[in-house]
Design a protein around this ligand. Sequence first.
Ligand code: DX5
Ligand code: ZN
Length: 232
Amino acid sequence: MAKPKLPKAGTVEINPSILDSDFARLGDVLAVIEKAGVKMVHLDVMDGHFVPNITIGPPVVEKLRMHSKLFFDCHLMITDPRKYAPMFIKAGANNLTFHIEVEKRPADLIKMLHDKGTTAGLCLNPETPVKAIEKVARLCDMILVMTVHPGFGGQKFITAAAKKVRVVRQLVGPDIRVEVDGGINVETAPTVVDYGADTLVAGHAIFSKKDRIAAINALRRSVQQATSNGRD
Ligand code: DX5
Ligand code: ZN
């Protein structure tokens, strides 16, 4: 199977987070979102140290890989991304995003990820300033701006954190993806796209709805309307 690729920057992509989905039926969950035409899926990895919650590890990613051709965007909310990155890559992750708050040598880790054949993402918690990634942001393929405190789905969108998207977009230019994670729904999606985001993680907004395909389409429409309004 050809390796799924990170879509080139410039298109808005809905990136469903499975965190709020039925973990007993993850294979079916991926099949449904694939049917909705999404290109990527956001896999939230939590270790109970960096965040007060525990989710999935490499064995689950490996099994999911057998069921899906989607681009696997792994969000590592773990204190030691350097140690576990090789296991996630071997399991079939396509992008690994780590948090700047836990990595002293981010440039080195980004290089390691590239050398091992994945793209690299760098994540900022809501209270972490953009300055923290200034020197290395352009080495990445994607910058992830958290708009909730990591750990749980279904939290309220933090507007002040979302405003950093503008600064990040200015810093990285048009060729690097800017991803937003937390509290994205049909109201907040247009705002973050207006700020310069092009990769929208959404958990609750999709998996709290019975019809997931309709929920994904509603997110797409909210963004399209916003961009066409902006052109008027
Ligand atoms: C939270 C995770 C998110 C989460 C987003 O720590 O990183 O990916 O699933 O969930 P919603 O979209 O419900 O805010
Ligand atoms: Zn996430």
